[in-house]
Design a protein around this ligand. Sequence first.
Ligand code: NI
Length: 136
Amino acid sequence: MRVTVSRKAHFNAAHRLYRKDWSDAKNIEVFGKCSNPNYHGHNYELIVSVTGKIDTETGYVIDIKILKDIIKTEVEDSFDHKNLNVEVPEFKELNPTAENIAVVIYNKIKPKLESALDVEITLFETPRNFVTYSGQ
Ligand code: NI
């Protein structure tokens, strides 16, 4: 019996989608408004879901307080109110699309949890646009 426990979180961040090796014209053609050289912001909504067996002693899959603290340390403290391209080392050479942000978040959180636990990241860039990544 495996049960999924989820925690929601939130951060605001700025980004610009572009490739240094492309011209400004090609960046605008491919990334549109998201390639604005002056950056723009999103209110990111994050759901971290952890799946595993219920511990028979505690009745928990994971103590949600532990998950909350990991999200704060690994995501909120690093990303909230930051310019992802400029201030977050993971995106120095990586385009900060929602897809790549979800993978970076997964790679930061997964090693902090017991290895038997599966993790899925759901990241909303807007209320209608979201991506999921679970390590495949
Ligand atoms: Ni954007």
